[in-house]
Design a protein around this ligand. Structure first.
Ligand SMILES: [Zn+2]
Ligand SMILES: [Zn+2]
Length: 59
């Protein structure tokens, strides 16, 4: 059983322990939103912030 819970959304994180720690105990997506969107203050999660690999980008 994994005890890795995302600090942002509260959902289970199924990445490796190392990745979990590297991304501040968040999903990669949540980490991205926390640092690239929230800190910029103007980018909703539904909007592509322009960063390569943005989860809200084309896909
Ligand atoms: Zn999350
Ligand atoms: Zn983004």
């Amino acid at each position: 059983m994994s005890d890795q819970t995302c600090m942002r959304c509260g959902e289970q994180v199924e990445s490796s322990r190392d990745d979990y720690e590297v991304f501040e105990r968040m999903h990669w997506d949540c980490f991205h939103y926390a640092y690239e969107h929230d800190l910029n203050g103007e980018v909703p999660e539904s909007t592509d912030c322009g960063m390569p690999g943005c989860p809200s980008g084309a896909g």
